[in-house]
Write a protein that binds this ligand. Structure first.
Ligand code: SF4
Ligand code: SF4
Length: 100
């Protein structure tokens, strides 16, 4: 059963921004600073810092679970918009940081 989404607060959390590779069609990131992007293939890119053993998006500011926030929130790519509070990836990310 999926836990109730309302039980999870994204504000200050950021766990899912430091748990997975965030990859997307390269054209999605045209408005982002190049230092925040890693080109993966001619057509795919990812957020810098997320293509490593311990992912941590370069656009994430603050401390996960405390005061984390996305510095490019309005421009964030589609994978960031797809994670929903309480879904499988959210719970996996929160568990990684010992968050309830
Ligand atoms: S979706 Fe989940 S892991 Fe991601 S910021 Fe929100 S509460 Fe945290
Ligand atoms: S771009 Fe923003 S929302 Fe997406 S992973 Fe990075 S910090 Fe999180």
């Amino acid at each position: 059963m999926t836990p109730r989404a309302g039980a999870y607060q994204c504000i200050g959390c950021g766990a899912c921004c430091a748990a997975f590779r965030v990859s997307f069609y390269w054209a999605e990131c045209a408005a982002l600073d190049a230092v925040l992007i890693n080109q993966l293939t001619p057509t795919m890119a990812c957020m810098a810092g997320t293509n490593q053993a311990s992912p941590h998006c370069a656009a994430l500011q603050g401390t996960v679970g405390l005061d984390a926030q996305c510095s490019v929130y309005a421009l964030r790519p589609s994978p960031c918009r797809q994670v929903q509070p309480g879904d499988e990836r959210c719970l996996k990310a929160r568990a990684k940081y010992g968050l309830p």
